[in-house]
Design a protein around this ligand. Structure first.
Ligand code: DI6
Ligand code: FE
Length: 404
């Protein structure tokens, strides 16, 4: 890539192969395409031959351009690591066994509480940079390893600071993730978690509210109380639903017009219909499916048939999905879940954005944010077909070249 002039102002990226993902289906390919950027937004997208004039021209030399990647489900801020549990699972212990024995999420809670804000930020910064090196321009980060008012706030503050790296960060309150050791009654804990929310929201730390609805976590009735607290503040909700069993979480979330339901391996036909009617995004997490050696596949065909938008994400966390590779998730979504490469890329761009309630990104269309990636490749399906390889040449965030 070469730049002819370096004046600030309008910039034209020209001579690229664009996968715009415009519309509801198809790659939206523009061979020899151009993008005009001004003020952090895409102002014009089309064939290079028709491109308007700009103050600066950047030649793409035929490189592939896609929207910036949106990782809509991560647990990026935490202390410690859980490689010991990886070994335990290889020796036959299940994820649920380890959680019931006090490991799992609760072991990360102990390590997170013991870490200072600066330590959490340093660790999360490395992880965010790794995601950005593979093209992530929007990143969601959940709390849920603090499980007290002070430590949930600390996690959310750290998450917000990651925006300084040059990535858009959305924060989600996930206090209803596990029962902390100082509580013996889950209902009492849920009451506390609901009480903490207004103050965290008042501090501007919360974009959405999530919960873990599962036999090893919280019941639908308990989740409903958390969702009521969110609704009182006008906050949208999301749900970790039907990961290990069918709890009817999707139907509950749909009643609250949830932005997304995530995991969904055990989603029932009634759950699929509920998501379709509510317009809730199904976020599939192949990294967790793979790492836990799950065998029950999410009901992809039924989701497709019902027209439920499908997103994919890394679910980066130290236990069930310790991956920092969104590109590997593209490949796994295809190989493990049989998504098409186009569905997978839509899942990590436009539908990932939708799972965060964001409609201003995820497609290369005039008016959208100028968040895009330039790749060494001729066709976007290559991004899903290859794995263990990073072809990113350039990551552009709000019209600014961040490099790879
Ligand atoms: N499901 C997940 O994928 C993460 N949380 C959850 O409810 C995993 C959290 C962990 O194991 O630390
Ligand atoms: Fe998760």
């Amino acid at each position: 890539m070469s730049s002819k002039r370096s004046t600030a102002g309008s910039r034209l990226w020209t001579g690229g192969r664009l996968a715009t993902l415009a519309g509801d289906s198809g790659w939206g390919l523009v061979e020899d395409g151009a993008l005009l950027v001004d003020g952090g937004l895409l102002r014009w997208v089309g064939p290079s031959a028709d491109a308007p004039a700009a103050e600066e021209i950047i030649e793409l030399h035929g490189a592939l351009v896609t929207p910036g990647l949106v990782d809509c489900h991560t647990h990026l801020v935490y202390g410690g690591n859980r490689a010991d549990e990886f070994e335990q699972r290889l020796h036959g212990a299940s994820y649920a066994d380890i959680a019931r024995a006090g490991g799992g999420i609760r072991s990360t809670v102990a390590a997170t509480r013991a870490a200072s804000e600066a330590e959490l930020l340093a660790a999360a910064t490395k992880r965010a940079r790794a995601l950005m090196r593979e093209g992530v321009t929007t990143l969601e980060v959940k709390s849920g390893y603090g499980l007290s008012a002070a430590t949930e706030a600390r996690m959310l503050r750290v998450a917000r600071q990651l925006a300084g790296l040059g990535v858009d960060v959305r924060t989600t309150y996930l206090a209803a993730h596990a029962l902390p050791p100082e509580f013996s009654d889950a209902d009492d804990y849920i009451a506390a978690a609901c009480q903490w929310l207004p103050e965290l929201h008042a501090q501007g730390l919360v974009d959405a509210v999530d919960a873990f609805c599962e036999h090893i976590a919280f019941s639908p009735a308990q989740v409903a109380r958390v969702f009521d607290a969110a609704r009182q503040l006008g906050l949208p909700v999301k749900l970790h639903a039907e990961q290990l069993s069918d709890q009817g979480g999707a139907q509950l979330a749909a009643r609250y017009q949830a932005l997304s339901c995530d995991h969904l391996e055990f989603l029932s036909p009634a759950g699929v219909q509920a998501l379709a009617q509510a317009g809730t995004v199904a976020v599939l997490l192949p990294g967790a499916f793979y790492a836990l050696r799950e065998t029950q596949l999410p009901p992809i065909a039924a989701l497709r048939e019902a027209g439920v938008p499908i997103a994919i994400a890394t679910d980066h966390n130290p236990g069930s999905s310790p991956t920092l590779s969104p590109l590997l998730m593209l490949n796994m979504a295809c190989v493990l879940f049989r998504l098409t490469p186009e569905e997978a890329l839509r899942g990590l761009t436009v539908n990932g954005a939708r799972a965060l309630g964001l409609r201003d990104r995820g497609q290369l269309v005039a008016g959208q944010r100028a968040d895009f990636c330039v790749w060494d490749g001729a066709h976007p399906r290559e991004l899903a077909a290859c794995f263990g390889h990073n072809p990113l040449i350039q990551r552009v965030y709000q019209g600014v070249q961040g490099g790879s």
